[in-house]
Design a protein. Sequence first.
Length: 569
Amino acid sequence: MKTIHKITGILFLTSLFFIASCDENKFLEEKPLAIYTAENSLVTLTDFQSAVNDLHYDARYLIYESTQVCRYAFWYGTDLAFCSADPESYLNKYSAMMIPTMDAVSTNWNNTFVIINQANLVLTRIKDANLPEADKNVLRGEALFFRAFGYRILANLYGGVPLITEEITEPRRDFVRATRQETYTQAKNDLVEAVSLLNNIDAVKDGKISKQLVQHLLSEIYISLGDFDNAVSAASAVIDYPALKLMTERFGTKLDQPGDVYSDLFKTGNINRGTGNTETLWAFQYDYRNPGSPNNNSWHWTVNPWYQNITITVDGVTTTAFKDVTAEKGGRSVAWFQPTEHVVNEIWADGDIRNSEYNIVRDVIIDNDASPAFGKWFVKDGYSVQANPVRQWFPFFKKASSDIPEDLYQRDANGNPLLTALGEHLVVNGANSAYRDVYVFRLSETYLLRAEAYLGKNNQSAAAADINVVRTRAKAPLADASQVDIDYLLDERLRELCYEELRMCTLCRMGKLVERTRKYNSVFYGMGGRVYESSGTSMQDYHNLWPIPFSEIERNIEVKMEQNPGYTN
């Protein structure tokens, strides 16, 4: 009997096993224990902080580290600059660059949606995370900011785009474009909530997202929505915050060198609030020699003239005008970006320190002691006429360069720095990056945003007052209210924010891209006065918006995604 009962028990347990095994969903459920998946990667506070750190990287990558053609499209084809590396490049023919199949169009779309997707991942997963409420609020606020930052760029460039506010877990081919107004509204809603969640700027680490940074961007979004009263209020909340003010006296790491307060703003070690700079709202962080902090290669070698390639002939002797690449001239350069005549010569008034020798280099001393012209001024003494004014030589903005670290100096066998005969430090040929943190937003722009909002309210006096706060710091003549209109404001943004703001986004947002590029960037001059056509020549009225990438329209097979007017797929 005992044997029979034992067998019966075994059969009963076995049957229970098989019954349980029939629950296929449970049986087939994967429980990865040794790899990271979407289910187990965002659990701890460290996990979520890493995800937010990735948002900082995604934003920096979009603007400064993506492929050259893509990131440069934020500035080429505007009133700011043209492509001097190849004067006949399609980059100087806007109608050729703005084709729905072109890389700049699709890659910038994709890279911006990467930011939105990553933000949605954080926002979706943090709802059920077992974290302290204060930490959840900050993480949510940061993710909301980045999502709004992404939609702001997309709305400025492309108009209305698909609004995605949840994590996507499976392929979709049914996206529908929202209107531009709806896209800005989504950004506004994200930013309004983020303001309520984030800490004040003097309570966050350098590079982190703060309440005042969010309010700055919110002011721009309100302007885009035509809500000028709220735009003024948002900007005022930033301007009036006690821990923020414009830098008006010389400061920082280079006080022992000639300069002015504007040049100090862009010196290595002076960018972050932690160094005493009360003007910074947000700066991308870069730590030299940190393998987790990639080089910002976008500016340093692209916006300076290709001076090391210039040759001159004097008294029958042909040499390079300059000995080699030096730290004092900004290191190695390739001159892909050349500012327009408007930026170089037409927007400046006497006394404006932003146009001082410490900020715009218009002449240099010939330092090749093998040349009979050694020690003479390259431009003033007439030698620049032998150089090609396109790429080889043009005035350049030091703010877009970088201080070269001393470990990149060329040295002799004893370790002593190698110098030119004029005492400039020769550097290795690889000294071609930026080695400092990079501004995204500064308080001076907040004043200019509030001025724009006042113009929207037809209050020229208030707009002029805000512009004059910025001009007073620059020691520039004050603007009269009768002078101030949207074009004056755009010129002031060039003076103050040249090579900082995403100029393409600003002009597209205002609907001024076509008008100002046609006016200021249609032709430029090369060797022998040769005339080259530039972006403004080929611009059409519909180019105030970029095309929707053809790849997005093509793969969206379940719903027709409309193209912007004027473009064909």
